[in-house]
Design a protein around this ligand. Sequence first.
Ligand code: GUN
Length: 294
Amino acid sequence: MKLIDGKSIAATVKSEIAKEVANMMDTDQKAPHLAAVLVGNDPASETYVASKERACKEVGFISSIYKLSEKTTEKELLKTIEFLNNDEEIDGYIVQLPLPKHIDTNKIIFAIDPKKDVDGFHPQNVGRMVMDMPCFLPATPAGIMTLLERSGIETEGKNCVVLGRSNIVGTPVAILLSRNSKKANGTVTLCHSRTKNLKEICLTADILIAAIGKAEFVTADMVKDQAVVIDVGIHRISDNSEKGYKIVGDVKFDEVSKKCSHITPVPGGVGPMTIVSLLENTLKAAKIQQKSEL
Ligand code: GUN
């Protein structure tokens, strides 16, 4: 079994981005600027936004955080979005999800300028992704494709089973894997809560993507010998350690890792690459805004 070392692949891509930023600075262009909007005090969201800010610093991007109170109204948030759409200093931005319940998430996503939508969540970017046109790809699916490619994993003609049909991960990764491209060309089955015979379908997978949001859901009896397993989950579960908890994924790592050919660890697999994909999108947004590439 080989570990797909997301941390190390992410570090390589990050150094490539940092080089490009240095080149931009040498030619009197400004550094890419990523902004993040954080509404409320969700601890997981605060951690994600802090990681994104740290990653920006590491590659020489400018980053800013717009921290708004839990009580922010939809109208106030739309005003912030309008400001970010019009601010020429900002190349791309994200609105961290989930938003408080009183805010209509789709209304917010629709308001984001697609040219600055580095999360790739705006319907214009989603539609362009489906049609295989230039767009911003959502970060986690793009990161998964990079992990597969840079680990030398062949996807062409392979049975790929995706567990979970979320807009952020399952649905887009199913689309990317099935694309008519040397880097994809997979035969994809998208499974969800109403799928029948889930275990049997998982056992057909040469590549299994677990994005179901349930801790240690995928067990060894669901995995074919020598399959490639990509674990998108991240969960904190209580244990008897000093910390009182451990981080696990959607896959029961100890038993599945004995059976598969490649697997992503949690943490240190998909997570680090997701953040780097966001950096890649921001670099692309900066090039578009600064008209050096279109
Ligand atoms: N919440 C969980 N994942 C994401 C993501 O990729 N982008 C945003 N904006 N919010 C998230």
